[in-house]
Write a protein that binds this ligand. Structure first.
Ligand code: PAF
Length: 290
């Protein structure tokens, strides 16, 4: 596995692969890799001839009050995992290579960035769109793989890529969960055993909504109430940023589940902010569901 340090180096490596007829997959990460990231690599390996992963803890997507300085960094372990997964190269730039002195150009995020995470973390998506566009230029791949765990991020990157004619297929991969339902996240390692137990309320709330829908409930307000009740029940999760059911594409709130929808939760467990979501299957064909 080759290690690439500068955007120029990464671009030359990618272009050489593509000039040799290889289909290249890009897996952007901030490191602290887990099985969720490896599932993105796996999808890339299935779709493409060569995979290039990136590891860069992007400072512009963290607010001053957030966990940039203590964001988990496990570089040696990350290299081992990527090499074992058969990745062709890993692009690991330093901050100065991505944001040299005088850097002042940012990518304005699309409309879908304005809600939810965009409200809670106002600068976040500008940092994400900017760094992802820079990674797309550094690694001009055929496809790029993102996890649905960051559902809104996926929608933001999809819209940006479409609006700016990026020419890289954005492919979203399913959430990977622990056997007890906890969605994998680099931030899970911050949770102590009692917080980890409480964190299960997020996946429980999503499962509960799914069950209510299967039983025929279609009213979004009722379903959102249920989600909140499940989140706070017992010694549950009380600092909820949002627990909503929205249009699966635009993330605009829904009154009824009469179109593809997604339930999204962001909540703090102790000091750790967790997000989770579930795409909601509703039979849109049956008149009773309209
Ligand atoms: O999802 C992440 O790990 C990051 O937001 C990304 C897409 C690598 C950009 O820094």
């Amino acid at each position: 596995m080759k290690t690439l340090s500068t955007p120029d180096e990464a671009r030359q490596f990618t272009r050489a692969l593509r000039a040799n007829g290889k289909r290249v997959g890009l897996v952007p990460t901030m490191g602290a890799l887990h099985a969720g990231h490896l599932s993105l690599v796996d999808q890339s390996q299935r779709h493409c001839d060569a995979t290039i992963a990136t590891i860069f803890v992007n400072p512009t997507q963290f607010a001053a009050t957030e966990d940039l300085s203590c964001y988990p960094r496990t570089l040696e372990q990350d290299y081992e995992m990527l090499a074992a997964a058969g990745v062709a190269a890993v692009f690991v730039p330093q901050n100065e290579a991505m944001y040299p002195p005088g850097f002042s150009t940012y990518v304005e995020p699309p409309e879908v960035a304005r809600t939810l995470e965009g409200n809670c973390r106002p600068e976040h998506f500008r940092g994400v769109t900017t760094v992802v566009m820079k990674l797309f230029h550094a690694v001009p791949a055929d496809c790029a793989f993102f996890g649905k765990k960051d559902y809104q991020q996926w929608k933001v990157i999809q819209a940006m890529s479409r609006d700016l004619d990026v020419g890289i297929d954005v492919i979203a991969c399913e959430i990977i969960r622990e056997p007890d339902g906890l969605a994998l996240s680099s931030r899970n390692r911050y949770l102590d055993p009692s917080e980890r137990h409480r964190a299960l309320r997020l996946s429980a709330a999503l499962k509960d909504v799914e069950q209510a829908i299967a039983a025929g409930e279609r009213d979004a307000a009722t379903l959102q109430d249920r989600m909140r009740q499940t989140l706070v029940s017992g010694d549950g999760v009380h600092q909820i940023d949002y627990a909503v059911i929205v249009n699966a594409d635009t993330l605009v709130p829904l009154a009824n589940l009469d179109r593809p929808a997604v339930a999204l939760i962001a909540a703090r467990v102790g000091q750790t902010r967790l997000i989770d979501n579930k795409e909601l299957c509703v039979d849109l064909g049956s008149p009773s569901s309209r």
